[in-house]
Design a protein around this ligand. Sequence first.
Ligand code: FES
Length: 122
Amino acid sequence: MSSPRRICGLSELSDPGSRAFTAGSGDWPLRGFVVRRGVEVFGYVNRCPHAGHPLNWQPDQFLTSTRTLILCCSHGAQFMIDTGHCVAGPCVGSELTRIAVRVVDGEVRLEEDPELLAARHA
Ligand code: FES
C-alpha cells in the first residue's frame, strides 16, 4: 500500500508561508518543505546546496523576514521561492532540489509516491 501523499491543507499555510514535511516510512525519510505564495505552492528537499545542511533552525520557518525569499539559516544563502535558484550567499547560482507538489481540492499533495521519492533522494 502506498503512503499518503497529503502534506497539509492549503489553508494551513500562511500566504506567504512555509512548512516542513517528511516523505517515506523508512528510518531515513526524505525531509522536504513547501512554500506557499498566493495560490501557488512550491516543494523542495530540505538540503542546502552549499554544505548540505537543513535550511531551517526553527520548525516550519524557511523564509526571510520579508517572506520574499527562502533562507538557509546556516550561512545565509537566499533562494527564489518559485525556482529555488540561489540569489545571495555562499552558493549563488546553485539550486535547491525541487519536489513536485500540487494543490488538489484545497490540499497540498506530493505528485510522486512518497516511498519512491524518498528512495530517489536517499
Ligand atoms: S549550508 Fe546553507 S548557506 Fe551554508
